[in-house]
Design a protein around this ligand. Sequence first.
Ligand code: HEM
Length: 702
Amino acid sequence: MASPRRSIVFMFVFVGIAAVAVLFVASWFGGGWPRAGIPGLPSPGLLTTVGLPVVRVLHDICAVATVGTLLTAVALAGDPASRREITRAAGPWALAWAAAAALTQILTLSDLLGLPVGEALESGFLPTYSMEVPQGQAFMVVTLLALVIAAGTTLRLGTWGRALLLVLAVFTVLPPAYVGHSASAADHNIAVSSLMLHIAGVTLWVGGLFGLVTHLRRSEGPALAVRRFSAIALCCFVAVGASGLVNAWIRLGGPTQLWETRYGLLILAKLAALALLGGFGWTHRHRTIATLDPAPAVPPPADPGLAPTLDPAPAVASSAAPESVPALDAASAVPPPADPDLTPAPDTTPAVPSPAGPDPAPLPAPGSGIALLGRVAGAGAFVRLATAEIAVMACTIALAVGLSRTPPPRAGALHDQHQLLGYTLPPFAPWRLITETRPDPIVILAVAGVAIAYLVGVRRLVRRGEPWPAGRTLAAMAGLLILLYGLAGGVSAYGPAMFSMHALQYALIGTVGPALLALGAPLVPVQEAAPLAQRTANGPVALGLSNPLTATALYAVPYLLLYVTGLFQPVQSSLAVRLASVTVMAVTGTWFFCVALGLDPLPRAISPVIRTRMLVGALVVQAWVALVFIGGPTQGEDWYGALAIPWAPDRVTDQQAGAVLGAGPAAVTIAALLVLMAVWRRRARRRVATRDPAPQPSTARS
Ligand code: HEM
């Protein structure tokens, strides 16, 4: 019987061969390979034409394995020891990723120059290519960051350190989305952001499953780890499908292209792959997860399966000062985590002891590795099916690389979009703030994700008999709707073209939306729905961030950076910086109002006086913003100059209009909150007064 290690190697080789086969069939079918040599023009040679797509698949697989292993360490592994061990296991994958990215760099240069690898290197063009050509820059960034990740895995990291390494790894898969077909696509911005979401979703999904199968026996109990991963997998499944369809739509331009073009037929193949993977998920849900539970249900018939569920979480309470709403001392609300690494908050799900007892030592190898893993963790059915699933995913990634080397039908078609904006924008009219949209899948899925987490959390609280005022849910959903409009509606279409619309957009996503969302006390239900959020809810970072000064600074500093340090220009011209900027505005705004309103559980109690001062501070920030817009330097001179939109309003007048349309609604919102806080305080004082009326002067003393 083959040793466990040999079986796993066998599995990798089998999946690798299958993936390379799919890659070449897809590239041949799409016309991306073999490329007909053009007489008189030099050819890069076989090493490049064959090597480049293969190395590209290896690159994607190493990225997936690195991200997946880190995800397992951050979100699935139970005890600190295995988290550290699994984090270290990501090191070799990150090194392989760096090597594959560097090789992709060299082979792409050879492909672009049409010279064999040796001659391409001798041309001395590699440094210029790496520093100045977008494709070169993208893979150079990936190479360097993958090396940083590899180094990071050798450090002794805590929860936050590991989480940051995971975020860095997910970020590192994104630069290639900026180059390739997306760069020349119609609606460049949505093409790039949908592909970024697509690749990030694929990497977390496939990588997470890989990490789970490879490290399952080290996690806190297979059922718990699988269920936690399944929630992540469900989100990724939706994100990959939605972003893939948006990206495909941009490249195809119409439904008939799906069956009239080779590119379209490859997309259909991917759709079939996604449906098959969905089928795996459904089968898992009804079969294999049950086999992982301590009291395994009757073992399922031969064909096992997997699907997403969510963990139940502990109850929590608000942090506001007593006279506003009933509050608990933060310390007593949630006991601090025992482990210095901030181990997860107490979980109500019964710990699933592995059938072989706690953290079994590796058993001698009486059979294949997978069977061994399955037997150790009682996860046979799960691991077998998950391994087949990983094989399908690896082949789909190979299919995708073949697709990315196939010319899309609209390639080279002239698009009537604005070159700098990257999309078509009709002349401004107020009603177009309703009709125009920027359906960016990253934004839409992020807001939808928060809304779903909120509603799932509320449903769980209510099911457990905890009352949840409908007014809070309404406020939260209204806040999320305003965020969605600010990020994907007409104001986000005109924001990059007109300063007044930028100001209105940032008022909606930085103040109005977040204030309403905070009135919905979002941290309670979100922690209920996402157990991982509980791990850090009472940690030192949350304690630091809930300091009133820190929270107010988080609200104020983004405005300072935008309008004083010149960050406004890159925010307008670069999609990545723009996405980062709107994310920072929405997240810091929401956190600020959560701390200031005090409806959410926070690791510290804050008096109503301090919270009122925080809101007054925010009002001062908005007054300052209005003054900068009216009397300060004209923002984005070069950007608006380069845009040269014929119907754009006069810049100075438009910027001054920003003071009214931007700082105006923000200030009104904050003022309304101040009134609301005053009403709460008066009501609380009246409640205290009626509850323990002041003692009547006794007649005895007289
Ligand atoms: C609804 C199903 C899907 C659709 C419509 C779709 C569509 C697309 C499109 C249009 C691209 C860009 C290709 C190009 O550059 O021209 C892409 C890239 C990609 N897709 Fe998908 N996809 C789907 C599902 C999947 C699945 C299930 C996986 C993997 C499990 C996957 C993995 C990838 C990868 C890795 C890339 C980047 C390829 C590269 O540039 O190296 N996709 N997809």
